[in-house]
Design a protein around this ligand. Structure first.
Ligand code: NBP
Length: 482
């Protein structure tokens, strides 16, 4: 019996690729599996894919010959040169209108470049964020596809079948042109860094400032998970805190140093490039960098002094403030993330659907939470919303919670417990709601030492220079030094 032609080919039989293939198979699609090391194709067909409709190929030529037209080829290989190598090998085998999808964690600039290069060759390129790890890939990931929009009608049925669903709606929609999908995935990962850091700060305060036992902390997270903080990360933190093995609580024996793969850093770099104050993600990346200085920190801990106290007030009341502070800081982090998306969309000409993006993150991925439903509603109500903090729902939430952030941050400062993410959230909030910042002095200083000129209130766009000392010149600078 001849094999049916495959709906899609998937290259890369590591954890993500294998699980996504099995997910596609479950939804009735015939997938042709391929891998650089072809032994893995044989092993996959004989084991994980045994008894399914999955077919295999042992060369790219064979794989292409087994595909329906337009051919759809999805890559789930290590980001970087492996993607370019496969594209170079695939292009001569494909025809105009065929589709290549990169589902790896590629940098969005690479996706922009690949998208533009392949468009010239008539190949439709899609860079898709895939989130949710192994379990998401197998049972429903969050998918964020962007690139050549002509590809979308051909991949939409597959993508929207296999993705996670939230309130019955698919957590996948077309994001935008060129690198938009991978940009949105990058910001998603940055937000994940922020969420995790905020939770770590709450844990740090509970452990060292309130001297709570693991079970007490776990119980608090359980309570939080029943309210507005309801999310995957709060849920797993609850479970991690109470996890015990033969030696006791495992968490307390894990080394306090965190690694990173770079997507948080990329988000912070983009924020700096585009001039958007995404301070919470930036602080979260730096917090990981500080955690990595374990040897230095151990040495410094015996030299540098500071408070080392336990909170003296009512712990129950404080824990309520902590939950609210966590929620308010999270709102600020997402507001900053969406500010970055908005600026990038302006620069790259992407027509981003912000409510749709919130829905894509609502299920299937690590940052999935009930709260993303509120973000979707905010953008559905006003697609041109300038800032999430200005939406009625979130402005009210901030009104109710901002006092708690002040209580928590000021207590943490007094206790000597670092809260870089919560502190920067509050600083951003106070900065954003301040009509008159001290940057007038900054303008004056720059003009004083570098003749950089300044604008007067009410005379915007008119740049003047003052000879502040009486012995400087009257010529203004045209270069930027500080
Ligand atoms: P890996 O990122 O570990 O990549 C393994 C695959 O890449 C194998 O198929 C391997 O082929 C292939 N590969 C490598 Br490595 N170097 C290659 C090269 N120079 N040329 C051709 N193929 C090469 O797999 P993964 O963890 O399944 O992730 C796949 C993609 O999805 C990555 O971009 C990853 O960042 C992204 N992602 C991963 C997760 C996750 O939770 N793991 C979540 C979301 C996104 P071989 O078998 O011949 O060595």
């Amino acid at each position: 019996m001849t094999e049916p032609l495959a709906d899609i080919a998937l290259i890369g039989l590591a954890v993500m690729g294998q699980n996504l293939i099995l997910n596609m198979n479950d939804h009735g699609f015939v997938v042709c599996a391929f891998n650089r090391t072809t032994d893995k194709v044989k092993s996959f067909l004989a084991n994980e894919a045994k008894g399914t409709k999955v077919i295999g190929a042992f060369s790219l030529e064979e794989m292409v010959s087994k595909l329906k037209k337009p051919r759809r080829v999805m890559l789930l290989v290590k980001a970087g040169s492996a993607v370019d190598d496969f594209i170079a090998k695939l292009v001569p085998l494909l025809s105009e209108g065929d589709i290549i999808i990169d589902g790896g964690n590629s940098e969005y600039q690479d996706t922009q470049r690949r998208s533009e290069e392949l468009e010239k060759k008539g190949i439709l390129f899609v860079g898709s964020g895939v989130s949710g790890g192994e379990d998401g890939a197998r049972h429903g990931p969050s998918l964020m596809p962007g690139g050549n929009s002509k590809a979308w009608p051909h991949i939409k049925p597959i993508f929207q079948s296999i993705c996670a669903k939230a309130d019955g709606e698919p957590c996948c929609d077309w994001v935008g042109e060129n690198g938009a999908g991978h940009f949105v995935k990058m910001v998603h990962n940055g937000i994940e860094y922020g969420d995790m850091q905020l939770i770590c700060e709450a844990y740090h305060i509970m452990r060292d400032g309130l001297a709570l036992k693991p079970e007490e902390m776990s119980k608090t997270f359980e309570e939080w998970n029943r309210g507005e903080l309801d999310s995957f990360l709060i849920e797993i933190t609850r479970d991690i805190l109470k996890y015990r093995d033969a030696k006791g609580h495992l968490l307390e024996r894990i080394r306090d140093t965190a690694g990173q793969k770079g997507t948080g850093k990329w988000t912070a770099i983009s924020a700096l490039d585009y001039g958007v104050p995404v301070t919470l993600i930036g602080e979260s990346v730096f917090a990981r960098c500080l955690s990595a200085l374990k040897t230095e920190r151990v040495e410094a801990s015996s030299v540098l002094t500071g408070p080392n106290d336990i909170y003296k007030g009512d712990k129950k009341v404080f824990l309520e403030h902590l939950g609210k502070a966590l929620y308010a800081s999270k709102i600020i982090s997402y507001a900053q993330g969406f500010m970055l998306l908005r600026e990038a969309a302006k620069i790259h000409g992407w027509n981003l659907n912000y409510g749709g993006i919130a829905l894509m993150w609502r299920g299937g991925c690590i940052i999935r939470s009930a709260f993303l439903g509120n973000i979707k509603q905010a953008f559905d109500k006003n697609p041109k919303l300038m800032n999430l903090l200005l939406d009625d729902f979130f402005a009210k939430a901030m009104k109710e919670c901002q006092e708690s952030v002040r209580v928590v941050v000021s207590s943490a400062v007094t206790l000597g417990i670092p809260t870089p993410a919560m502190s920067t959230a509050l600083a951003f909030y106070d900065g954003y709601r301040t009509a008159r910042l001290p940057a007038n002095l900054l303008q004056a200083q720059r003009d004083y030492f570098g003749a950089h000129t300044y604008e007067l209130l009410g005379e915007e766009g008119k740049f003047v220079h003052t000879n502040w000392t009486g012995h400087g010149g009257n010529v203004s600078a045209s270069t930027y030094d500080a």
